[in-house]
Design a protein around this ligand. Structure first.
Ligand SMILES: Cc1cc2nc3c(=O)[nH]c(=O)nc-3n(C[C@H](O)[C@H](O)[C@H](O)COP(=O)(O)OP(=O)(O)OC[C@H]3O[C@@H](n4cnc5c(N)ncnc54)[C@H](O)[C@@H]3O)c2cc1C
Length: 402
């Protein structure tokens, strides 16, 4: 159990100050402006900020020092996230630093570490995750994308779906079936694939937010060097599970959650009904208090998981499941409160207001489009990274031995 110190940590205070000053000075104006309006960033805008964080080593601060990280303690990572949230920075991307990186430094060969880790540290490479397929989501081990050997290459054929940011990604880490006859979990390998390889087609899926975030990725006779396999052939399930625990912890961005509560608190204070601020309404007072308690719980769970990861190299599957469950339920509760505060304005989704250069008139409070977008987007939070029902199954198995 992570021990929360009651004494003031002066080193941590100094670090917070450094991050604050860095954000103040280094965050590109366009990123700051778009974030303030809740507008979408282009990849090059995101890049310009992430690369600056990369020069400090902060994208991968929690990696162990021997792997090129800064060996941050959990409280330092959380302080970092909090300061980014306070500065209005965009969320960190987890596909490289939280998912691919730790798999590569834990199970990869020295030449793979050499090729990929520095580029993740510096945000030179964007990664996406090729796990889910039509028919293989919760039942991930049922995946059918196959990789057949041909000399020193695999020939990959099949389809991935719901692949976030594949249209921006340089690399995909993909689970593929390398043994058609073995038991489901035993015939899977973990491949690193360059998205520019001939035979890969990325098609957009436009979701409920009307934004482009999701994709289908098709593999048609894609030649992938065998040397791009992580670890042993047919042992990919082990690496996949290791990654999933990290992913589930990464699914909960405490700073984003905190910033989101502050946004809704502000909205509650500013919204007036019969001449009185909603902040005086006992129902909203109670809901805010519940959100604050939820945040404290999620912070404690997060600290425990980060501490476990430092000790054992990865968070526990069960602890990560509990954090993912509570964290994503909290995200949805915050945004539902936002929609309830918006009232009838919550019914008008002006998604074009989130595009840069839009100069139309906002219907309702200024935050409306952003709150509605987030509300719609985060409906998926209890699905991606493994649905809530699947997390409950993991907790039941681990805690109750079911
Ligand atoms: C916004 C978004 C982004 C995503 N990004 C990625 C990505 O980048 N890469 C990637 O690989 N995947 C991604 N996914 C896919 C995601 O991981 C899957 O959607 C998720 O694992 C659920 O799988 P499924 O959609 O096939 O649903 P299904 O597995 O078909 O589940 C349907 C329903 O049945 C329930 N269910 C299924 N099995 C059980 C069970 N054993 N017990 C109880 N209930 C069960 C589920 O909880 C769910 O409610 C993303 C999904 C979304 C929505």
């Amino acid at each position: 159990m992570f021990i929360r110190s009651v004494e003031r940590d002066t080193t941590l205070d100094a670090f917070r100050k450094e991050v604050r000053a860095f954000c103040e000075k280094e965050m590109p104006a366009i990123v700051r402006q778009k974030q303030a309006k809740g507008q979408h960033l282009e990849r090059h805008e995101y890049d310009s900020w992430l690369k600056r964080l990369g020069t400090m080593g902060w994208l991968t601060g929690k990696w162990p020092k021997e792997q090129g990280g800064l060996g941050w303690k959990p409280e330092q990572f959380m302080a970092f996230q909090e300061e980014l949230g306070r500065a209005g920075a965009p969320p960190l991307l987890s596909f490289g630093p939280t998912m691919a990186g730790p798999v590569i430094y834990t199970f990869g060969r020295p030449d793979q570490k050499e090729t990929y880790l520095e580029n993740i540290r510096r945000n030179n490479t964007w990664w996406c995750q090729g796990y889910s397929e039509p028919g293989a989501g919760s039942d991930l081990a049922g995946l059918k994308t196959r990789a057949d050997k041909d000399g020193d290459h695999y020939i990959v054929n099949g389809q991935k779906i719901w692949t976030s940011m594949a249209h921006w990604a340089d690399m995909i880490f993909a689970l593929v079936r390398t043994d058609q006859n073995a038991k489901k979990q035993e015939g899977i390998s973990f491949l690193l694939i360059d998205m520019k390889t001939p035979g890969i087609t990325v098609r957009p899926i436009i979701g409920i937010t009307l934004g482009h975030h999701l994709n289908e990725v098709f593999f048609d006779n894609v030649r992938v060097p065998i040397s791009n396999r992580i670890g042993e052939e047919n042992k990919g399930w082990t690496y996949a599970k290791f990654l999933l625990a990290n992913e589930r912890v990464g699914n909960v961005d405490v700073a984003k959650v905190e910033a989101s509560i502050e946004q809704i608190r502000h909205l509650i204070i500013e919204t007036r009904e019969d001449g009185k601020s909603l902040a005086e309404d006992p129902v909203f007072k109670r809901r805010l208090a519940e959100l604050d308690v939820g945040l404290a719980t999620v912070k404690a769970l997060m600290a425990d998981q980060l501490a476990a990861a430092r000790q054992d190299g990865a968070p526990s599957l069960m602890g990560a499941a509990a954090l993912k469950l509570r964290g994503t339920e909290l995200q949805q509760a915050i945004l539902q409160t936002g929609i309830d505060v918006l009232g009838r304005h919550g019914m008008v989704y002006q998604h074009e207001a989130l595009n840069s250069g839009w100069n139309g008139e906002i219907i309702g409070p200024e935050e409306s489009a952003d709150v509605i977008y987030e509300h719609l987007y985060r409906r998926a939070a209890t699905i991606y990274g493994g649905s809530s029902e699947v997390q409950k199954n993991i907790i039941a198995k681990g805690a109750l031995g079911l």
